[in-house]
Design a protein around this ligand. Structure first.
Ligand code: PEP
Ligand code: MG
Length: 891
């Protein structure tokens, strides 16, 4: 039924994530397979979108379907919403297609009011529990629906505790809670000038509205942007009959992962709190007990939980994150979802699930997100270094980080905008702190467990995090924390290790990452799946070595200008650029030749026969020259000091030349092969250096394959001339040395004209490498240097562009040029090798695109090589399985 907006959990088959949201689909599925799920129903994502289309109004049709589902729920539970003797209470939870933990709103205990609370007290014979539940409801509803700041409730509660001499909430009795309820209601009246709504149906619809609205709250919006979740998907709403974990010591609530989300170890992992409700565990307000203790406290429930976890993991064939509640000794499952995990855990789980025969290699490869694994290529604390341990907390998200201590999320954001590295230290975090977690190098909390908000969010982002470090005492009012005898002030530097939970004073040197055995295995499976090569962009022996270590099968871009950037070479490069005659330029180039030749020799030796694409000089020359403004200041100052000095004359001369070389649009100016066209001696020197180096390395018995690449070609005639230049020098050096060189001549396709005339260009080229950085710049007409800072971010935030086209290839526009470039090129020259070396060569969706076009290789920075290898394998597997298999489920 197309216009069915509401489904009972047992009315749909599950698996309909797009319609029911992840939570709703899994609740339906768990109901179907007979797990103890409290009754309920789901309002679909289609209803959410209809709500927005109608101007944030629930249509009469949706309203009547909700009321019908409610009647259905009432008859199944034998309880009624608002009934005085046997009231139905429900939870109302958001549930988007992709899990967005803690980003949207939830209300529990809905249906309580001044009358039903009395009924509950009698029915449960537990007035304390009932009044506590009511005050929780008032607090949550007022915060989520009426937008009352939660802080004012917490503050009032703290005052009451103090007045009564209590240390914790568990000491408050029914009468105390009655007083709190009255005070909370009058706080609502004072702040919102309205009474707390007593009609449960009004409560219900107001909450549904609020949950729909929360799809577009600031933190959900930010989370979606961070995780590339489209804004049009909307959220479903799940309404479920309440079960209570706060009914006494035979009740509780908890979270369990079927495997360790931090390390991947195959062992039930989780936390719970006795006599607590819903959000208490994830909110991180009380530090929970490890799940193993449940075995002692409630052995039957524990066994039932273990069995359920096993069943769910086998059912979904992936690690699950399960929320459960125990009500008077009975276990209920409230949610299951694919568990978020660290990169390390993702790899271990994928590899072990293959060993356990839960899935095959190809499926395992599809389960690991290439973006995530680059986390593993970051630094670790050097174990050899001395360090002063301040405290140890829970190792919530691995990785090491150093930064200045800050205690506020806004400040973390501000300081990191100024380029400062900060560590956010908080008693606990809430979803409102997400911008601070994003900005900080790492987060430390003194409360909360491994499943607290900070831990979940940090793991999802691959940021280091330590939680529940209760040995540090945080004093927000004085901006410091105390760890044993040490006081750490705001702005002091600390280092943290999220893999061990340790906090250290000061900065500790880090070491380079290594690939674990499991990681290597997964990558070797990747290489078995694909023929598309992954090369690295590298222009020095250190990067070349890294590239090989990470499994690159060649260098796809060696930017020769980077070899000129060394401080000791800049003066010679400047002389070369500023020469006023060809003779002067040739003299300077003669000095550069041996330097460049030595660099090539080192890279060739390192790469041991793997192909190396060497690009001749490309950037605008002014990039090597002194800054004009600074020169002007110097000249003015020197003129005032001594208008006749010879130094002044030299500076003036330099300023004149810099002015002569100045261009209005340097990125579209005298750069790329246009340099070789105007000053062929520059390219001649570079080509000579390449061939001399090849000859010397070949003399040592080492194989060398070079691919000489001409940049920024827009007309075939440019390439024709430059090709001839290379051939001439090649012949000369071959003749002199007696070697026969294994080399190719090719070009970059990085202007629209080159892509459009790729057939002509292919006649002169052995290979093409798509320079998609420039091709994006020239196709959009967006300056690479300025667009991101000026307007691109706004374009992405306001949905003008789905993604930043300099990060992920614009397949509809720039991609069309790439596609026709490959096609035209191959038609004219069937042996043409094609690859990509722009930044997009390391991005998973662009890699898929390149694979689908039949490119031979992608090239990216060395640290992105492992994730590109995995992405290339995924592209191959997906391409083969097209239309017959669902998309991979990233964690
Ligand atoms: C490109 O334009 O994509 C490219 C790789 O070259 P560069 O970034 O050096 O201009
Ligand atoms: Mg370029």
């Amino acid at each position: 039924m197309d216009n069915q907006f509401v489904f009972m959990f047992d009315q749909s088959e599950g698996g309909k994530k797009e319609l029911l949201g992840g939570k709703g689909a899994n609740l339906a599925e768990m109901t179907r397979i007979g797990l103890p799920v409290p009754y309920g129903f789901t309002i679909t994502t289609v209803a959410c979108n209809a709500y927005y289309d109608a101007g944030q109004i629930i249509s009469p049709e949706v309203e009547s379907q909700v009321l019908e589902a409610l009647r259905n729920l009432e008859s199944r539970t034998g309880k009624q919403l608002g009934d005085l003797a046997n009231p139905l209470l429900v939870s109302v939870r958001s549930g988007a297609v992709h899990s967005m933990p803690g980003m949207m709103d939830t209300v529990l205990n809905l249906g309580m009011n001044d009358e039903t609370v009395k009924g509950m007290a009698e029915l449960t014979n537990n007035p304390r529990f009932s009044y506590d539940s009511y005050r929780r409801f008032i607090q949550m509803f007022s915060n989520v629906v009426l937008d009352v700041d939660n802080y004012i409730f917490e503050q009032r509660l703290e005052d009451i505790r103090e007045e009564k001499g209590y240390h914790s909430d568990t000491e408050l009795q029914a009468d105390d809670w009655k007083q709190v309820i009255e005070e909370f209601k009058s706080l609502v009246y004072k702040t919102k000038k309205r009474s707390f709504p007593q009609d449960p149906k009004e409560q219900l619809f107001l909450t549904i509205n609020a949950v729909f609205d929360s799809w577009n709250n600031q933190r959900a919006f930010l989370y979606r942007r961070l995780h590339d979740i489209p804004g049009h998907l909307g959220t479903a709403v799940n309404i479920q009959s309440m079960v209570f974990g706060n009914m006494g010591d035979d009740s509780g609530t908890g979270v369990a992962f079927t495997r360790n989300p931090s390390t991947g170890e195959s062992k039930l992992y989780g936390e719970y709190l006795i006599n607590a409700q819903g959000e208490d565990v994830v909110a991180g307000i009380r530090t929970p007990q490890p799940i193993e203790s449940l075995q002692k406290e409630m052995p039957d429930v524990y066994q039932q939980l273990v069995n359920t976890c096993e069943l769910l993991e086998n059912h979904y064939k992936d690690m699950q994150d399960i929320e459960f509640t125990v009500e008077r000794g009975n276990l209920y499952i409230l949610q299951t979802r694919t568990g978020k995990r660290t990169a390390q855990a993702a790899i271990r789980i994928a590899v072990e699930m293959v060993k356990e025969k839960i899935m095959d290699q190809r499926e395992a490869l599809l389960r690991v997100d290439p973006d995530q694994i680059s986390q593993l290529l970051h630094h670790r604390i050097d174990p050899e270094q001395k360090r002063e341990q301040l405290a140890v907390g829970l190792p919530a998200s691995p990785g090491a980080a150093t930064g200045q201590v800050v205690f506020d999320a806004d400040e973390a954001e501000e300081l990191s905008k100024d380029g400062k590295k900060v560590i956010l230290v908080r008693p606990e975090t809430t979803p409102d702190d997400i911008h601070g977690i994003v900005a900080a190098q790492a987060t430390v909390t003194s409360r909360g467990g491994m499943t607290s908000h900070a831990a979940v969010v940090a793991r999802g982002m691959g940021k280091a995090c330590i939680c529940g470090c209760d040995s540090i005492k945080i004093h927000l009012e004085s901006n410091q924390f105390i760890a044993g005898p040490t006081t750490v002030n705001h702005g002091d530097t600390i280092t943290i290790d999220g893999s061990t939970g340790e906090i250290f004073l000061g900065e500790i040197p880090m070491i380079e990452p290594e690939l674990s055995e499991e990681f290597q295995l997964l990558l070797s499976w990747s290489d078995e799946e694909t023929n598309m090569g992954v090369r690295a962009n590298a222009d020095n022996p250190v990067d070349a070595e890294k590239a090989l270590e990470f499994g690159a099968v060649g260098i796809g871009l060696c930017r020769t200008e980077h070899m000129f950037m060394d401080a000791s070479r800049i003066p010679t490069v400047q002389n070369m650029i500023l020469s006023e005659t060809t003779k002067e330029r040739k003299d300077a180039l003669a000095q550069l030749l041996p330097m460049q030749q030595e660099d090539f020799e080192q890279i060739f030796e390192t790469m041991q026969g793997y192909p190396i694409t060497i690009r001749l000089l490309d950037p605008p020359l002014h990039e090597f020259l002194p800054d004009k403004e600074e020169l002007l200041v110097d000249v003015t100052r020197m003129h005032l000091e001594d208008p006749h000095s010879s130094e002044l004359q030299e500076k003036q001369n330099l300023l004149r030349k810099v002015r002569l070389l100045e261009e209005s649009n340097p990125m579209l100016g005298h750069r790329g092969c246009r340099l070789g066209m105007m000053y062929p001696e520059i390219y001649e020197m570079q080509v000579m250096a390449i061939f001399n180096a090849m000859s010397n390395v070949m003399d040592k018995g080492i194989d060398v394959k070079s691919e000489i690449m001409i940049p920024l070609v827009s007309h075939v005639n440019e390439l024709k001339k430059m090709r001839q230049l290379v051939i001439n020098i090649g012949e000369q050096v071959q003749e002199e040395t007696g070697h026969v060189f294994d080399y190719l001549i090719g070009t970059m396709i990085e202007t629209p004209r080159a892509a459009l005339t790729a057939d002509q260009i292919a006649e002169e080229a052995d290979f093409y490498s798509f320079g998609t950085n420039d091709l994006t710049q020239t196709t959009f007409g967006f300056s690479r240097d300025d667009a991101e800072g000026k307007f691109l971010q706004h374009y992405v935030e306001s949905d003008v562009l789905k993604r930043n086209p300099f990060v992920s290839l614009d397949q509809e526009g720039v991609g069309k040029l790439v596609e026709s470039g490959v096609k035209l090129g191959r038609e004219a020259n069937p042996t043409l090798k094609a690859g990509i070396c722009g930044e997009h060569g390391g991005e998973k969706e662009s890699i898929q695109f390149c694979f689908d076009l039949g490119m031979d290789y992608v090239s990216c920075s060395p640290f992105r090589v492992p994730s590109a290898r995995l992405a290339a394998a995924q592209a191959t597997i997906r391409n083969e399985r097209k239309n017959c298999l669902k998309e991979p489920q990233y964690n």
